[in-house]
Design a protein around this ligand. Structure first.
Ligand SMILES: NC(=O)c1ccc[n+]([C@@H]2O[C@H](COP(=O)([O-])OP(=O)(O)OC[C@H]3O[C@@H](n4cnc5c(N)ncnc54)[C@H](O)[C@@H]3O)[C@@H](O)[C@H]2O)c1
Ligand SMILES: O=C(O)[C@H](O)COP(=O)(O)O
Length: 602
């Protein structure tokens, strides 16, 4: 294989979600000058031109901040985007505004419903939840619309835990009730005798970030702490002196129960008539998680029946709850208006955390706090970055080689790596191959978020194979190969011996390279665009093609020839920085030794 390289090119930046959604990102036109038949021994000439439509990219994205956000976060956002702070929008007003926004930031008070995504007309790229709970965002609708949802999972943990402890102590000592009584002019020392915390059993349900911080603090108050969490590690619990128990044991032995799980279909109304009946008589309940995890009517019944002695609630099924809510008005219930995350420190932290995540996502960076896209640790992301780019470009190339692209149904991806099969997370790579495969042939905007969903919708089946090779496991991958089965090709030489379109690539010095087309080895960096020619290997051909491109001032970045044997069939891969005119491509096609060629836009 002969190859030579022209001066260095810049490495195109990784862009997963920053590409503005255009009505049609690519217009694809196929031009045949002669028909190609796979059964014929000598493929006839044919070429393909793919042109990019002009992208109207507005200079600054618009971020709609729909609920109060800390100043530090707003400052960060304003450095990058036009920021529209419109609080207390009605659902209709939100739907009207959203089509003008690239990002939306909310707290728990805004429902980001399916209608919001549908009203966005494809412009909304990211929803930032300035906090933890994402139960107010329709994640399925976000995913279907290719909209990334990010949250701020860590900055309010301590605030929520402190509020949980504040409610626990206030409830046990009737602080709120006694305060109200004094303000009403009374002095009722006997009425407000409380209970002690020390030595009592606290069951923490949901031993995640907030739950474990509550547990740690409760231990400091001298409580015996048990926890139930089907997904928590016993070692982590043991490290802070907490015993993990099953749900039944937790609720039946606790003097106090503190709730810290997310609201999901499985946790909805987890505390109900049946579970209250299993609790110790006189149990006290704290909820700073989500109102929906308690059946509120059942709680009123349990309070009235004396099963639950007291409750302290920061969150409610409906927020704000109705003014005449029996629960809120109950004498033995202490309430706060969803204040768990509301400290000055937490709100500044959350604002910064979410602003950074939203700006990063708008720039097309991979989001570490994405909740509807593959979560890949930051160090893995850094390592995979050039392979992510390679994956997308191989997908893009492979699909452009297909004749009659609607027939693409079965794609096989092979990853050759010296690492153990479970030591390589390929979800990100698969998503990017899907993006590469789908975007050039449809108006659908594909990103990491909706790649799997979109592939499924289109009936595209992507199977993955790991090939373990010998060698150093320092680099995660040796090569990626994309094969499309049961299709014909615009470029016959791209069909492998086994009958699939096959392209293979590697990362060299951090830059993705195309290294194989069909059965031919090539070596061309995947930058700019590529012309693939099949010819009979002979002297002077490179010069002829180079001079046609040169006459039009098209810069050749890379050229390589892979051949079966000297002066036999060869495939020449030419990397070009600029798009040659149709006339130049036609002249290349007319060079007598060239049997077929294709122009591929990356
Ligand atoms: N009141 C507030 O202002 C406030 C502030 C922060 C967080 N929150 C809420 O607190 C909750 C916890 O937040 P976090 O940051 O600790 O989240 P987290 O994801 O770190 O922890 C949640 C834990 O719940 C566990 N869990 C899931 N299903 C469970 C089940 N059926 N039974 C028991 N445990 C289960 C998970 O395994 C996880 O460990 C969330 O609902 C969040 O929205 C409220
Ligand atoms: O899930 C959360 O982060 C808390 O419930 C805080 O919600 P908020 O941002 O509406 O205060």
């Amino acid at each position: 294989m002969a190859s030579f390289k022209t001066p260095a090119l810049k490495n195109p930046s990784l862009s997963l979600s920053s590409k503005p959604r255009l009505p049609s990102a690519f217009s694809v036109s196929f031009r045949d000058n002669l028909r190609f038949s796979r059964s014929s021994s000598r493929p006839q000439r044919r070429f393909l031109i793919i042109t990019a439509s002009a992208a109207s990219i507005s200079s600054k994205p618009t971020v709609l901040v729909a609920e109060k956000l800390g100043e530090a976060g707003l400052t960060l956002l304003k450095e990058f985007a036009n920021v529209d702070c419109s609080y207390s929008l009605s659902p209709e007003e939100l739907c009207t505004k959203i089509s003008l926004c690239d990002a939306l930031i909310v707290r728990s008070g805004t429902k980001v419903s399916r209608e919001v995504f549908e009203s966005a007309g494809g412009r909304l790229k990211v929803v930032g939840r300035a906090g933890v709970g994402i139960d107010n965002v329709d994640l399925a609708a976000a995913t279907e619309h290719g909209c990334l949802v990010v949250n701020a999972p860590t900055a309010n943990t301590v605030a929520a835990a402190e509020h949980g402890i504040a409610l626990l102590a206030a409830m046990a000592r009737n602080v709120a009730q006694a305060d109200a009584s004094m303000k009403a002019g009374k002095w009722q020392r006997n009425k407000y005798v409380g209970v002690s915390l020390v030595g009592k059993t606290l069951a923490v349900l949901g031993f995640g970030k907030v739950g474990s911080e509550v547990a740690r603090r409760a231990k400091g108050l001298g409580m015996h702490v048990i926890a139930h969490d089907p997904y928590a590690s016993a070692d982590r619990a043991r490290a802070i002196g907490v015993e993990l128990v099953n749900f039944e044991e937790a609720i039946s032995t606790a003097d106090f129960i503190s709730l810290h799980m997310p609201l999901t279909a499985a946790t909805n109304k987890m505390l109900n008539d049946e579970t209250f009946a299993k609790m110790k008589k006189g149990v006290r309940i704290v909820n700073v998680a989500r109102g929906g995890v308690i059946d509120e009517e059942a709680l009123v019944r349990a309070l009235d029946a004396g099963i639950v002695a007291q409750a302290a609630l920061d969150v409610f099924t409906e927020e704000p709850p109705k003014q005449d809510s029996k629960l809120v008005q109950h004498e033995r219930v202490t309430v706060t208006p969803h204040l768990g995350a509301s400290t000055i420190e937490a709100q500044e932290g959350v604002a910064i955390e979410i602003a950074e995540a939203v700006v990063g996502a708008l720039k097309g960076e991979l989001a570490a706090t994405a909740v509807n896209a593959p979560m890949v640790p930051a160090e893995v992301l850094t390592e995979l970055k050039p392979y992510v780019e390679l994956a997308e470009k191989l997908g893009r190339l492979a699909v452009q080689l297909v004749a009659g692209v609607s027939g693409v149904k079965n794609v096989k991806v092979s990853y050759a790596s010296s690492r153990a099969p479970d030591d390589l997370d390929t979800r990100l790579l698969r998503a990017m191959i899907t993006k590469g495969l789908i975007e050039p042939i449809s108006s659908v905007y594909v990103n990491l978020v909706n790649a799997d969903y979109t592939a499924k919708q289109r009936g595209l089946r992507i199977t993955e194979e790991r090939i373990v090779i010998d060698g150093s496991s320092e680099c995660p991958l040796e090569s990626i190969q994309v094969q499309i089965a049961n299709v014909e090709s615009k470029f016959a030489s791209a069909i492998s011996e086994s009958g699939e379109i096959k392209v293979e690539g590697q990362v060299k010095d951090g830059i993705p390279h195309l290294t194989k087309v069909g059965s031919f080895q090539v070596d061309v960096s995947l930058e700019g665009s590529i012309i693939l020619c099949r010819q009979v290997d002979q002297p002077g051909l490179i010069g002829k093609v180079g001079s046609i491109l040169g006459q039009e001032n098209v810069n050749v970045s890379f050229m390589s020839v892979g051949r079966i044997a000297p002066r036999k069939q060869a495939v020449m891969a030419i990397g070009v920085d600029d798009q040659p005119s149709k006339g130049s491509l036609q002249r290349i096609g007319e060079v007598p030794a060239i049997e077929e060629f294709v122009f591929l836009k990356l």
